[in-house]
Design a protein around this ligand. Sequence first.
Ligand SMILES: Cc1cc2nc3c(=O)[nH]c(=O)nc-3n(C[C@H](O)[C@H](O)[C@H](O)COP(=O)(O)OP(=O)(O)OC[C@H]3O[C@@H](n4cnc5c(N)ncnc54)[C@H](O)[C@@H]3O)c2cc1C
Ligand SMILES: NC(=O)c1ccc[n+]([C@@H]2O[C@H](COP(=O)([O-])OP(=O)(O)OC[C@H]3O[C@@H](n4cnc5c(N)ncnc54)[C@H](OP(=O)(O)O)[C@@H]3O)[C@@H](O)[C@H]2O)c1
Length: 417
Amino acid sequence: MMADWSAKNPYMSKITECYILNGEGSRKETRHIVFDLGKSGLDYKVGDALGVVAENPANTVEELISVAGWDGNHIVTTHKGESKLRDALRKDVEIHRVNKKFVQSLNEKVTSSELRISVKLIDRTRESTTSFSSGDSALLQELMPSNPSDDPVGRIENMISNGEAMEDYIWSRDYIDVIREFDVTYTPEEFLELVDRLKPRLYSIASSHDAHPGFVELTVAIVRYSHHGRDRGGLCTIYMADEVKVKKTNVGVFMSPTKSFVLPEDKSIDIIMVGPGTGIAPFRAFMEQRVIDGGSGRNWLFFGDQSEKTEFYYKDEIESWLDEGHLYRFTTAWSRDQEEKIYVQHRLKEHGKEVWEWFERGAYFYICGDKTYMAKDVHKALIEIAIEHGNMSEEAATIFIEKTMMKEQKRYLRDVY
Ligand SMILES: Cc1cc2nc3c(=O)[nH]c(=O)nc-3n(C[C@H](O)[C@H](O)[C@H](O)COP(=O)(O)OP(=O)(O)OC[C@H]3O[C@@H](n4cnc5c(N)ncnc54)[C@H](O)[C@@H]3O)c2cc1C
Ligand SMILES: NC(=O)c1ccc[n+]([C@@H]2O[C@H](COP(=O)([O-])OP(=O)(O)OC[C@H]3O[C@@H](n4cnc5c(N)ncnc54)[C@H](OP(=O)(O)O)[C@@H]3O)[C@@H](O)[C@H]2O)c1
């Protein structure tokens, strides 16, 4: 029975394993993460994704409370209900990157803080026994922003009117940076009104439930970077890698089933899987399932990443699938093991004749991983293969790949992000 778990009502699971797949010296941190489904009744099929509900790190929350001058125990109301401010900042909103709405709100706030300075100047002049003159540099220095050469109002106006400047500004900053930089005051209520609701993240499932009953496994690239003197990174990946205590912390999860990214029902059909980087995740699951199902369809996996030495994820499993004949073909593209870049689409084209023969015999074609560059380039390579090996015009090849295979026959399937 599939229980009624969802993004709004996630099952509180525990992570039982969270280890780095990369070898020493890698530039990347890609982890294999296992969740225990316990008595949830949650089920999944290969091709589905898992939703993970992250929380903001406690130390970031406390730093934000301190920089903003709030009381963490103050009771607030968000879309999730009433709670202490501290808890709302952890669980209800995204605080790891500043949003545009907040930067836009500075326009009014910075004017108000200048007004505050004027009011303070007037107050101090009234209190003072000697009258205040504009030459009172000590007083001005005390009250003015630390870097008077900055024109905060002008900078904010520029960001509001110039999309690129805005993107550039928000790319590397969180709310702590901005509140510090502009020395602005927000009430917790004003703040919560402006920031984004915390969104779950989806991950392609890297396991077959039949092979790992009661567990769900992921392949996750951890997003880490450093800006303005502070280490930071992605909300959910940093949460899973750094914040969650294995076998201790409760982590909210739910299933996100796919209708289209599925194995062919007929187990005698061949499949070609292209999954560089974390794109390998669903194909580990597909392979586990195809081994259990025991059909006669052949499996060809294209995998690649920066270096064979450090990014050959699931090497032992892949080698044993090859040894046992479950994986008919395994083609690699190690992009940085030689001077020129070698990517999966280059390998596909090198093997174009055979890929075309597989297509002619009805093979399914799957891609998973980067949507922005890789999936587009692989798509182009498929059209080029149809031109060269299917003797088609560019137009006919495009129609064959995009209409016949993708839309009509539904055997060109993508899980790209
Ligand atoms: C259907 C689906 C399946 C997916 N499957 C997988 C999977 O199997 N494995 C996997 O790892 N991911 C997968 N993803 C991506 C995943 O959902 C998350 O988007 C990813 O893990 C990042 O989440 P995060 O919360 O850690 O980062 P976020 O907080 O969302 O931040 C990510 C953003 O940080 C920004 N960023 C990156 N580098 C920098 C930098 N140097 N400076 C400033 N900003 C930067 C980028 O804008 C990036 O988009 C999938 C996504 C979808 C939609
Ligand atoms: N749309 C997205 O937001 C998105 C999608 C995927 C990954 N990412 C982020 O990227 C980071 C790592 O992701 P990942 O580990 O899955 O791997 P990845 O960065 O996608 O890299 C995997 C392999 O693909 C290669 N590659 C780069 N450009 C390519 C192209 N145009 N065509 C084909 N291959 C190409 C890479 O080579 P080189 O590195 O040598 O160039 C590498 O060998 C993570 O931080 C992840 O969150 C973001």
